[in-house]
Ligand binder design. Structure first.
Ligand code: ADP
Ligand code: MG
Length: 460
């Protein structure tokens, strides 16, 4: 048996107004090339970088949220390499003194979280190579996990949880399709207690590709070894069409990046910057996804439901307003969760937390049947408005008035002679049939429990 080992390296573009070391705009949605640029991020000689503390703060918040240790002392390093997308000849990153060390997310141990600058984007069109510098210098988080993941699903789950955390913290939009979050998977297999040789898989631009690429690599490496071959350390890409990984380049095993502290930037003594102190960062954190799920579980929601609601920031915020409308009372919250998940979560349309909570109140007070609640909800989503007015307009408010219902029951019993006789003869199912007919006679507005009671009273 071969034991798979996976470690992830995840990059995320941080949401800041300006870039990492200059005041060019950080706008990942800009489509025109080379507009958000300046002499600093295009590496003109003699320019000097300035640290964007908003980016530092994002990393400290992410790191604190996952229980990592924020550095007291941190610094930036030059990572030297040559490529057209890195015109300085080096990338400013962090090496010896990352902002965060340790931590844990979704059961996976974190090695470190550090800050660096994104590179420019190279485009190859019609035999020409073009470089767009809009992305150059955008603040980039790099989070590295320990090699402790042992299957593709766990890796996918981790990456999803990280995306949710980044969005919850407002640290990054973290859309994988847009390259705002990029996952690299290191995969190895081994038949003994030592680690096997690892292969790094890049350009995975969806969670599904992450999972499939890892599963593919585990199969490929296992088959290779079983066939008497040997895994070589390399970087592989993911072919979405063929659903397989392919060789890109052999890992420059001893790639010498000549890391050394960036002399143009000041050292960071974080405890001396009040807004970046551990206390300031900790108190700035909102409720975190796992805290929200636990709170919902304590309110009586099923684990799956709590996870589904929490999985999107907007969905969670909507539902949380509903919870507040009910002062966190368990029964209405549980009911609301059911309707929310089945009819509202994907797109609440024009429904608001307040109007939705009102609707649930109508159901609880038996003014609406479950059918009537669903019908009203559909209108609420499409048109918005007041649920009671909507329900009234459509004749969905249940009739509890016994005089009105007695009239309905009399009409039905007079008409349904056969069923009445059957019931009197001992056939219990005839009663349900009569209740159904009475419901219909009332235009769906009769309260079924009351109708049931009235019919029984008349016949027994
Ligand atoms: P490198 O020196 O090649 O950058 P690191 O030790 O820094 O390697 O690890 C980089 C990433 O690879 C981390 O996410 C780590 O968890 C993962 N990793 C390290 N060794 C293995 C292995 N044998 N199998 C799978 N992943 C590994
Ligand atoms: Mg490394």
């Amino acid at each position: 048996m071969y034991r798979p080992t996976i470690g992830l390296e995840i990059h995320a573009e941080l949401s800041t107004r300006t870039k990492m070391f200059c005041d060019s705009a950080n706008n990942p949605d800009e489509t025109r090339p080379n507009v958000n640029i300046c002499p600093v991020c295009t590496a003109h000689p003699g320019t000097l970088p300035v640290i964007n503390l908003a980016a530092v703060r994002h990393i400290l918040r992410v790191g604190t949220a996952i229980g990592g240790t924020p550095a007291d002392f941190s610094e930036f390093d030059r990572k030297s390499y040559f490529y057209p997308d890195i015109p300085k000849g080096y990338q400013i990153s962090q090496y010896e003194h990352p902002l965060i060390v340790g931590g844990e997310l979704s059961g996976v141990a974190i090695t470190r979280v550090h800050l660096e600058e994104d590179t420019a984007r190279s485009l190859h069109v019609e035999g020409k190579s073009l470089v767009d510098f809009n992305r150059a210098g955008i603040p980039l988080m790099e989070l590295v996990t320990e090699p402790v993941i042992s299957d593709a699903e766990t890796a996918g789950k981790f990456a999803r949880e990280l995306q949710l955390l980044l969005r919850t913290l407002g640290a990054s939009e973290a859309n994988m399709e847009k390259g705002e979050m990029r996952v690299e998977a290191n995969v190895s297999v081994s038949s003994n207690k030592d680690f096997g040789t690892k292969v790094e898989v890049k350009n995975l631009n969806s969670f599904r590709s992450v999972e499939r690429a890892i599963a593919f690599e585990i199969r490929r490496q296992t088959a290779l070894i079983e066939g008497g071959g040997e895994v070589v350390q390399e970087t592989r890409g993911w072919n979405e069409t063929k659903q397989e990984t392919f060789h890109q380049r052999f890992k420059e095993g001893s790639a010498d990046y000549r890391y050394f502290p960036e002399p143009d930037l000041p050292k960071l003594f974080l405890s001396e910057i009040p807004e970046l102190s551990r206390e300031a960062i900790r108190t700035s954190l909102p409720e975190l996804p796992w805290e929200r799920r636990a709170r919902y579980a304590a309110l009586g929601l099923k684990a799956n439901d709590a996870a589904f609601i929490t999985a999107s920031v907007e969905r969670g915020a909507f539902f949380d307003s509903v919870v507040r409308e009910f002062d966190g009372k368990r029964k209405p919250v549980a009911l609301a969760a059911n309707y929310f998940i089945s009819d509202l979560a994907v797109d609440p349309g024009k429904a608001t937390p307040t109007s939705f909570a009102k609707l649930i109140h109508l159901f609880i007070s038996q003014m609406l049947s479950s059918r009537g609640t669903k019908d009203t909800l559909l209108v609420l989503v499409e048109q918005g408005g007041d649920p009671e007015a909507i329900a009234k307009e459509r004749g969905l408010i249940q009739i509890h008035d016994s005089t009105a219902l007695t009239a309905v029951v009399d009409t039905v019993l007079a008409r349904e002679e056969k069923a009445v006789l059957e019931y009197k003869g001992g056939k219990q199912t005839a009663l349900q049939y009569l209740v159904g007919k009475a419901m219909k006679e009332s235009g769906g507005a009769g309260n079924p429990n009351m109708l049931h009671k009235l019919i029984k009273e008349k016949l027994d």
